[in-house]
Write a protein of this length. Structure first.
Lengths: 99, 149
């Protein structure tokens, strides 16, 4: 089973705009980073689906592998949700600011 | 160490224990098999099989750790092989058996049902222990997500 890593998180520095980058560039790099992270989460869901299908077709003889793949998918998805909650929370905090 | 290493180690343990269970079941099923293997025109009884487990050497990672003088040895388990028990066959006097020799003795497999029962229980308990370790690891990940909530 291939390992799922949060390698995308290590590239988060690209998402932080340097003093020279324009807002457009910053937006672009953040978009790339987010897309990469979501792609990984999606991949873990696809792996889980494939493992379940293999089990149903009788191609997979280890039930625990299926369960563990499903657990991995679940944990990565929950991490994504948690990060989304944090982002939305930060956004709302900014929007509540008095001007 | 990756995020899901604990899960992967537990998965290797589960696979290994399942194989032990399979092998013990095979031994138990073949407890009376007099025709296990055909050698030189004669039938040999089934030989008891045993699983040999070794530490999973994840190639590059381990070599890198060694090269960096880090003596880390956190690995999963892997099956080195299935070997046959060298113990002698049981000889039982049964002249009417089709596989009896000229003296009326039948060679029966060197399988001891008691040993197999113990192996089955040991494999089951180890499997459970691996599942518990896996759940503990998952619990830790989920707890980490609650930080700052």
């Amino acid at each position: 089973m291939d390992k799922i890593s949060f390698g995308a998180l290590q590239n988060i520095n690209h998402a932080i705009p340097s003093s020279k980058s324009t807002p457009f560039e910053a937006q672009k790099s953040f978009q790339n980073y987010l897309e990469g992270a979501l792609e990984k989460v999606n991949q873990s869901q696809i792996d889980s689906n494939k493992a379940t299908q293999d089990l149903m077709n009788g191609n997979m003889d280890n039930l625990h592998q299926v369960m563990i793949t499903a657990e991995k998918a679940s944990v990565t998805l929950q991490t994504t949700l948690e990060i989304r909650n944090k982002v939305v929370e930060a956004y709302q905090e900014i929007m509540r600011m008095q001007i | 160490m990756g995020v899901f290493d604990a899960l992967n180690f537990s998965a290797s343990g589960l696979t290994a224990q399942r194989l032990r269970m399979d092998v013990a079941s095979s031994n138990m099923a073949n407890v009376d098999t007099t025709r296990g293997k055909f050698v030189d025109g004669k039938w040999q009884p089934y030989k008891r099989k045993m699983v040999v487990l070794g530490s999973e050497d994840s190639g590059f990672k381990t070599m890198y750790a060694k090269a960096m003088n880090k003596d880390v040895n956190v690995n999963g388990v892997k099956v080195n092989g299935i070997i046959e028990d060298k113990a002698p066959f049981k000889s039982v006097y049964q002249p009417d058996h089709p596989d009896a020799d000229e003296n009326g003795y039948v060679q029966l497999p060197n399988v001891d049902p008691l040993k197999e029962m113990v192996d089955l229980m040991s494999a089951t308990r180890s499997y459970e222990a691996n599942v518990t370790a896996l759940n503990a690891a998952k619990g830790m990940y989920l707890k980490a997500l609650e930080i700052g909530r």
